[in-house]
Design a protein around this ligand. Sequence first.
Ligand code: 5GP
Length: 142
Amino acid sequence: MTAYDPNNIFAKILRGEMPCHKVYEDEKTICFMDIMPRTDGHALVLPKAPSRNILDIAPEDLAAVMATVQKVARAAMRAFNAEGVTVQQFNESAGGQMVFHTHVHVLPRHSGVALKPHGSGMADPEVLKAHAARLKAALDGA
Ligand code: 5GP
């Protein structure tokens, strides 16, 4: 398996070298908005420790990520009046992965509303800021 590249975009966000619309952070994980959302409220949950994906992540980091995914999914239901949540995670290029630091997508869903294509248009930063605030408020009120 290819080695972890510390210059991937999510590693730069984790080091504070690149901005993000942060929603949540704890000792082992962080959550911020996806810059090319496939739905309103599309968020990403990452471990802080380096790993490429599910194939090399330490089990304790994976457990921490999934605990945060559950928190964010529950908050997303309230924040976006969602009827459901899709959770996605891609591994290596052949598995659909584009950024090689482990991350899980949390996508609030409404019946009859299709997902936009993966990695399509960039969102308006003001919209991402507003969605991050909504999700954060729902998490804080949990
Ligand atoms: P994946 O690796 O799961 O296939 O896709 C990477 C995801 O990261 C995509 O949904 C893409 O929109 C998102 N993404 C790519 N670059 C950035 C970035 O600089 N900031 C944020 N917040 N998301 C990004």
